[in-house]
Design a protein around this ligand. Structure first.
Ligand code: PLP
Length: 232
């Protein structure tokens, strides 16, 4: 089932790339949060090498169970005190939205002698419930972070609003891309702006049309997530 789902998602990505006349790459990140290692292995066997998780604990648990050519993406909110657990395990942290968090990432990267690659999470639609920096504050955050050692900013990420018609998010994706182009034009040291992480199961085809380089797809690959009810 996972293999068929993957083929379907890959086909839709290719079709969207063709519609937009794109020749550059789109990387599909299989968002495996809450899913067991057996399902990740099935996706791995179907060719997936990029996996996305939103909890530090899950990466730490799954990491030793799976092949080491997997690229782990941290896509969820990251607490400063947990950076140390994943700094040498993830290839890209998609969700940096404060200087304080970047500072800790930098500190841990120096300690582990690695260069941390990050994206800045932008709350494009300015939803109150969402993490992410405001669009108008993104440039100054990039400038601040760019002075820190062992950390490279590689682009921007957004979690678009939950909508029934993906077309409603086109303007959000377009705005994120324009912000990326603006900041790229400032030629800041250590700021590369070569990645746009946007699009989820409900809207990834529109995101690809608008220039996504990473799409983060969970439900359409692994099926619905079941969350345990927390009592009390
Ligand atoms: C869960 C999650 C996704 C994937 O969502 P689906 O709708 O299941 O595809 C993508 N990005 C982030 C940040 C997530 O937390």
């Amino acid at each position: 089932m996972i293999k068929e789902n993957l083929n379907e998602v890959r086909k839709k990505i290719d079709e969207a790339r063709a519609r937009a006349g794109r020749n550059d790459d789109v990387t599909l990140i299989a968002v495996s949060k809450t899913k067991p290692v057996s399902m990740l292995r099935e996706a791995y066997d179907a060719g997936v090498r990029d996996f996305g998780e939103n909890k530090v604990q899950e990466i730490v648990e799954k990491y030793p169970e799976l092949p080491d050519d997997i690229r782990w993406h941290l896509i969820g909110h990251l607490q400063t005190n947990k950076v140390k657990y994943i700094i040498d395990k993830v290839c890209l942290i998609h969700s940096v939205d404060t200087y304080k968090l970047a500072e800790e990432i930098s500190r841990q990267a120096v300690k582990h002698d690695v260069t941390a690659k990050i994206l800045i999470e932008v709350n494009v639609a300015e939803e109150e419930s969402k993490f992410g920096v405001k669009p108008e504050e993104t440039l100054s955050l990039c400038e601040q972070i760019s002075t820190l050692p062992n950390i490279e900013i590689h682009g921007l990420m957004t979690v678009a609003p939950y909508v029934s018609d993906p077309e409603e998010n086109r303007a959000v994706f377009c705005a994120l891309r324009e912000l990326l182009v603006d900041i790229a034009g400032k030629n800041i040291d250590n700021v590369f702006m070569d990645c746009l992480s946007m699009g989820m199961s409900g809207d990834y085809t529109v995101a690809v049309e608008e220039g996504a380089s990473y799409v983060r797809v969970g439900t359409s690959i692994f099926g619905q997530r079941e969350y345990k009810r927390v009592e009390g």
